[in-house]
Write a protein that binds this ligand. Structure first.
Ligand code: MTE
Length: 331
């Protein structure tokens, strides 16, 4: 992204029931065996993982085992993207601007120990260790479409819990209207921090009602495992009705404010990346159409493009947040 039926709201089977991928089934079976329900096991697996190459399987996230979701709209019937594609075709500019760079370079990220500071306009500001965050709520598996502004999409089984659980804990003040999500920016472990492509740290933002929406996920895992570094370990945001860049990776700070946050992409090119960035086939990006998308894994000359759906197909769940707003102006 260089600077230059889903509407039905019904519960569908979990990805594990609909994917034909034997490997994925095996992992689920492993997870059941490993299920211990203690955060410690998850953290241990993060540490053990450092020895693994990033494209191989990371450690099992035992604390997430058996996670399910009953949230309307949180699980789609569509075929889940292959794990290999989801972990080797990434945007994570702290590790380079090519899609293959994060998988190559993100082995230097140190996801443990990790803390996330939650502050700003809240009654109870706090620093949460990763262990504390994991313990805050039961995990759910949610199979979300992720639509990137560049015209491609994936379907990923994330594991985490609604961001609202953390927000409730810190008790936002009445004048908190927005939430800022700040990613780690450590030049020692992130080789492209300092490059001029973006203003670091990577910052994203949501209106507080968007952050409180139950679909907004604080994710610790994917495919039943801890997040691979290139996908934003150890904790990231996933906002399924917005373009992928709204989903900040490797978060270290969450700040409540009364002003619309200045986001990294908005600062880089305000005419291209608005604050809202809701997936919208009727509002084109200045350099490309947003009407269709290419599903990663469905490559080839004759692969048909899919029609992009308003709010990425989550209109029934989130449309109400934007009632009366001009989405062409608030893009
Ligand atoms: N978060 C940080 N910190 N840095 C980034 O460069 N890229 C964004 C988003 N979060 C990005 C980020 C973009 S453009 C996309 S499309 C998604 O992460 C990609 O997530 P994925 O690699 O898990 O598919």
């Amino acid at each position: 992204m260089l600077i230059k039926n889903s509407r039905d709201g019904f519960i569908h089977p979990l990805s594990s029931e609909i994917t034909a991928q034997a490997a994925y089934r095996d992992r689920r079976a492993m997870l059941k065996l490993l299920a211990s329900g203690v955060a410690g096991a998850a953290i241990a697996s993060w540490a053990a993982r450092d020895a693994l190459a990033q494209v191989t399987r990371p450690g099992k996230l035992a604390v997430l085992a058996g996670a399910k979701s009953n949230l309307p709209g949180a699980v789609t019937m569509e075929k889940v993207t292959d794990y290999k594609d989801a972990t080797s075709y990434n945007n994570f500019y702290e590790f380079g601007t090519d899609k293959g760079d994060p998988a190559q370079n993100a082995h230097t990220l140190r996801p443990t120990p990790w803390t996330v500071e939650v502050d700003g306009l809240v009654k109870k500001p706090a620093k949460y260790s990763l262990e504390d965050l994991l313990k805050l709520s039961a995990q759910e598996e949610r199979v979300y479409r992720l639509r990137c502004v560049e015209g491609w999409s994936m379907v990923i089984p994330w594991v985490g819990y609604s961001m609202s659980k953390l927000i409730e804990k810190v008790e936002p003040l009445g004048n908190a209207k927005f939430v800022e999500f700040i990613s780690q920016a450590d030049p020692k472990t992130m080789p492209f921090v300092g490059s001029r492509v973006l203003d670091w740290p990577y910052v994203e933002g949501l209106r507080i009602d968007e952050a409180l929406h139950p679909l907004t996920l604080l994710a610790f895992g994917m495919y039943g495992e801890v997040l691979p570094n290139q996908n934003g370990a150890p904790v990231r945001l996933v906002v399924p009705w917005k373009y992928g860049f709204k989903s900040g990776k490797s978060l270290v700070r969450i700040r409540f404010t009364d002003r619309e946050p200045k986001t990294a992409w908005n600062k880089a090119a305000a005419n291209e990346y608005g604050f809202y960035s809701n997936v919208n086939p009727d509002v084109d990006h200045p350099r490309w159409s947003q009407a269709t998308e290419r599903r990663i894994g469905e490559d080839g000359l004759f692969a048909k493009k899919r029609k992009t759906l308003i709010f990425n197909g989550y209109e029934a769940q989130v449309g109400q947040l934007y009632a009366g707003m001009d989405l062409k102006k608030n893009f």
